[in-house]
Each structure stands twice: as structure tokens, then as C-alpha cells.
Ligand binder design. Structure first.
Ligand code: NAD
Length: 503
């Protein structure tokens, strides 16, 4: 192998530049559409995490005292650079994640919303002021940054999920250490370069690549004050318990099993289009993907037929081809795990209406392919219902009534997103009140909130109290301080050992 043929090496970004050490461990990064190894990525040891945290801790001293005007200028500069680099970043995402280019471009666009929001930080950090709360005494509040904060992100949104957190954290005056997914690490490094070009001081944003070793060090490091995590539920639960056990503020967003309820009066063509788009977009590798359609029995046959007739027309192929609508899965192992559910679901008694293994593919022979799959007559005790499959496998569960459909949704341990399809305003009103899920769509299958609201599920889809990005993100990355103040010139009333009361 010549040097030219060797896969590129992706390394950490510490103190405003690429790390120049030698890693003890590394991983392979694949092009999922061809199955080829495209690069290797360094895995951080605890010592490299310590180096990044030390750089962040040092940089934070200056950044926390940097004026809002200067911080905002850096954010606007980053916004401009990021916006100009949208196509380049989308291409990077497609090359490592596999999602089709238009989908990657959508991810980048949604990431931009979080940057836009953080550009308004002077307004968002305004405190409160009460003049003369007691005679001659004023009370006011400020919100201050926490220090070094850690962000740990999943493979399925390598740009958007880190940027749910990083702009708010930086805008609030914190320094960040990001540990992105080791499966598609290049977007994080690309974003780090943009921050540096935007004028962010070295050390305010660092990237350490790696796996559990790096995560564990971040969770125990005394200088990491808060952690934002997104990933699967077992790891989210572990991160939440370990991080909070070590005294950190933690928000840990987990997995999902999103239900789309279709009532008898719904527009069934709209519902079928939505189920196909939200079930198979990004090959089902979205935390807000619809994985379960709950069809009221009366219209179930018709809805299943409409979904099934749409699937063969989907173009599955290399995400770089302009006509591809669905790309490959992230790794061969994940593709095999997802495909394993097809035999398991059939053995459990569900009816496999469309078997994606037979779907035609326009892509590399060794790519990690699986076409869209549809199960009907799925029951809640089957593994295809209980497990988060995270692939292009859509299950239809039939229920006799609206009430039994909502009961099913609420009994599920996950509570990330859900949707209802109907023309009945009264049913919608009941649904949005009754459903135990954090994000609700009404005739909208993927109700990801806009950047000036916040994103978060309920139950096993989120551990912690605060949702991601938007106003809740600003609260997560700051702590409140309330000042009670009197100045000479107003009477203090002399010595009084009683508990102070306001008069
Ligand atoms: P994952 O849990 O395997 O990995 C997430 C992160 O944790 C990665 O950075 C990974 O390196 C690290 N990690 C993995 N195993 C670990 C361990 N044992 N200890 C410590 N760290 C570990 O998740 P993934 O496969 O990268 O992403 C897919 C999952 O993320 C799905 O479950 C999906 O639903 C979920 N997700 C949730 C949301 C949300 O907002 N709720 C958004 C996107 C993805």
C-alpha cells in the first residue's frame, strides 16, 4: 500500500489545532455505500481527554469574561462560515454516514437553526431587576456559565446533534469538549476548523475522538461541569447515572420508538406518504423516525395497501447519486442486526408485507444495504415492537379504537415523538393532552421543534430535566445568581438579629 492509498487519519482537535501525538488505539471509518474503509480515527486515551479538558479550562477563564458583544460577533462569523460551507459539510456527512445528499443538506439546515438561535444570546442572557424590592434595596439575577462542558453525540446526525448544544454552550460563555461518534467523525473536525476561522479563541472548542474510554474519562473528570449526551437508551441511562453520581449536570437523550396514529377519518394518501417518508428517510436511522404505525382497524387494510404500493418505487442507492432517496445503513454489523429482525418478526407471527432484502439497489456491491421493509399485524409483545430497530423496518399495529391506540402509545417505555393523522379537531385536542410523549405532530410525521423551541422526549427517551437547544439549552448551560443589594445612603435600620424581612 502506498502512502497515497492509505486511508486518511482523523485526529483530535485540541487547543485550536489538530493534535500532534500518536494514538494508542484507532478505529476504521467506512464509506457505507461501497463498504470500503475511507479513513482511520484516533481513539482518545484518558490522557488525551485530560489534555482537551485542560485546554478548555484554561480558555474558559478568558472566554467567560469576554463581552457579549465580542461573543456575539464570533457567533455571527461562525454562522456565515457555516452557511457558506453547507454543501461541503453535507458531502462529508454522506460519505461517512451514507444518508442521501438531500437528507444531509436538511440536517445541516436544521443545525443552522441552532446557530441562528444562539446568535441572539445578548437577549437570551438578560437578567431580571427589581428596584426597591425592600426599602432602599434592589434585587437582580444574572445567569453565568458553568465552565467546561462535555458533549457526546451519536452517529446518525454527525453535524446537527453536536450543533444542538455547542453554539448555546459557547454563547453562554462555556468551553466545550465534544466527543462525536467514532463511526462518522469528520463533521466534528470540520466544524472545529470553522470555529477557529470564526475567531473563537483556541481551547474554547475541542474535539476528542474515540469510544467508551473517552466518554468515561469525561464523566469522571472533575473539571467537566456538565454533559449533554445523545445516543441509545442504555448508554444514555449509564451516562446520566455516572455523570450525576459524579456531581455533574447531565441531560442524556436516548432512543425512541415513535408511533404514528392514523384515525378512520384521516386522509389516507397523506398518511401513507408520511409513513413512508418518516419510516424510511435516512434508512430509518433517525431518533424521530416513525417505526410504528398504529392503524385504527377500520382503515388498516386500506392504509397497509397504500404504504405497500409506494415502497417498490423508492430509489435506494449511493447517497451521492442525485436520484437516490434512501442510502445504506451505517455499518455491516448494524445492517445484519436490522435484517435479523425480518426472520424474527416472521417467526413471532407478524406478516412481512414487504421484504427489503429483495429491493434493487444502485450502489456498491459491498455497501451496507437493506431496502425498506413493512410488517403488518405486529403485536406489542413481539421483539420487532419492543426493540428500537433503528433501520428501514416499519411495523403496523392494528387497534380497534382511538382509546386503545393512545393506550398503546402511552404504555411504550419510550416517549420521544409521536404523530396523529386525522381531520377531527376534537380528537387532536384529546391526543395532545393525553399522550405521554415529549414532541407531538398533528398530520406532521417528524415533529422536530424549530430551533427557537427545545427538543426532548419523555420517559426512557430523555434522562434529566432539561431539553436540548433553544431556550432550555441556555438554561442548561448557565446557573442563576441572585444579588440583593443596598448602597450607602439608604437606611439599614441598625442592628437586628431577626430574620430579614422586606418592608
Ligand atoms: P450509541 O449509544 O451507541 O452511541 C452514542 C455515543 O455514546 C457515541 O459517541 C459513542 O461513542 C458513545 N458510546 C457508545 N457506547 C458507549 C458506552 N458503552 N459507554 C459510553 N459511551 C458509549 O448510539 P448511536 O448508535 O451512535 O446512535 C443511535 C442512537 O441514538 C439511537 O438509539 C437513537 O434513537 C439515538 N438518538 C437519540 C436522539 C434523541 O434526540 N433522543 C437523537 C439522535 C439519536
Amino acid at each position: 500500500m502506498t502512502i497515497k492509498d492509505r486511508p486518511a487519519r482523523i485526529t483530535h482537535w485540541i487547543d485550536g489545532k489538530p493534535w500532534n501525538g500518536t494514538a494508542e488505539r484507532s478505529g476504521e471509518v467506512f464509506d457505507p455505500a461501497t463498504g470500503a474503509v475511507s479513513s482511520t480515527v484516533d481513539f482518545a486515551s484518558p490522557a488525551e481527554v485530560d489534555e482537551a479538558v485542560a485546554s478548555a479550562r484554561h480558555a474558559w477563564q478568558g472566554w467567560r469574561d469576554t463581552s457579549l458583544a465580542t461573543r456575539t460577533a464570533v457567533l455571527f462569523a461562525f454562522r456565515e462560515l457555516f452557511s457558506s460551507a453547507r454543501s461541503e459539510l453535507a458531502a462529508i456527512i454522506t460519505s461517512e454516514h451514507g444518508k442521501v445528499l438531500s437528507d444531509a443538506a436538511g440536517e445541516v439546515q436544521r443545525a443552522l437553526e441552532s446557530v441562528d438561535f444562539a446568535c441572539g444570546i445578548p437577549h437570551l442572557l438578560k437578567g431580571e431587576f427589581s428596584e426597591n424590592a425592600s426599602t432602599g434595596l434592589d434585587v437582580y439575577s444574572v445567569r453565568q456559565p458553568l465552565g467546561v462542558v462535555g458533549v457526546i453525540s451519536p452517529f446518525n446526525f454527525p453535524a446537527m446533534v453536536p450543533l444542538w448544544f455547542v453554539p448555546n454552550a459557547i454563547a453562554c460563555g462555556n468551553a466545550v469538549v465534544l466527543k462525536p461518534s467514532e463511526k462518522d467523525p469528520s463533521s466534528a473536525t470540520f466544524i472545529a476548523e470553522l470555529w477557529a476561522r470564526a475567531g473563537l479563541p483556541a481551547g474554547v472548542f475541542n474535539v476528542v475522538h474515540g469510544d467508551k474510554v473517552a466518554v468515561d474519562r469525561m464523566l469522571e473528570h472533575p473539571d467537566v461541569k456538565a454533559v449533554s449526551f445523545v445516543g441509545s437508551t442504555p448508554v444514555a441511562r449509564y451516562v446520566y447515572r455516572t455523570g450525576t453520581g459524579n456531581g455533574k449536570r447531565v441531560q442524556a437523550l436516548g432512543g425512541a420508538k415513535n408511533h404514528m396514529v392514523v384515525l378512520a377519518d384521516a386522509d389516507l394518501d397523506l398518511a401513507a406518504d408520511a409513513a413512508v417518508s418518516a419510516g424510511f428517510g435516512s434508512a430509518g436511522e433517525r431518533c424521530m423516525a416513525v417505526s410504528v404505525v398504529v392503524a385504527v382497524e377500520e382503515i388498516a387494510d386500506e392504509l397497509v395497501a397504500k404504504i405497500a404500493e409506494r415502497i417498490p418505487r423508492l430509489r435506494v442507492g449511493d447517497g451521492r447519486r442525485p436520484d437516490s432517496e434512501m442510502g445504506p445503513l451505517i455499518t455491516a454489523a448494524h445492517r445484519d442486526r436490522v435484517a435479523g429482525y425480518l426472520d424474527r418478526g416472521t417467526a413471532e407471527g407478524a406478516s412481512l408485507v414487504v421484504d427489503g432484502r429483495a429491493h434493487g439497489v444502485e450502489g456498491g456491491r459491498d455497501g451496507f444495504w437493506l431496502g425498506p421493509c413493512l410488517f403488518d399485524r405486529v403485536e406489542p409483545d413481539m421483539s420487532i415492537y419492543t426493540d428500537e430497530i433503528f433501520g428501514p423496518v416499519l411495523s403496523v399495529v392494528r387497534r380497534p379504537t382511538y382509546a386503545s391506540a393512545v393506550e398503546l402509545v402511552n404504555a411504550n417505555p419510550y416517549g420521544n415523538g409521536t404523530a396523529i393523522f386525522t381531520n377531527d379537531g376534537g380528537a387532536v385536542r384529546r391526543f395532545r393532552h393525553d399522550v405521554e410523549v415529549g414532541m407531538v405532530g398533528v398530520n406532521v410525521p417528524i415533529p422536530v421543534p424549530v430551533g427557537y423551541y427545545s427538543f426532548g422526549g419523555w420517559k426512557d427517551s430523555l434522562f434529566g430535566d432539561t431539553h436540548a437547544y433553544g431556550p432550555e439549552g441556555v438554561r442548561f448551560y448557565t446557573r442563576a445568581k441572585v444579588v440583593t443589594s443596598r448602597w450607602p445612603g439608604s437606611s439599614h435600620g441598625g442592628i437586628d438579629l431577626g430574620f430579614p424581612h422586606n418592608t
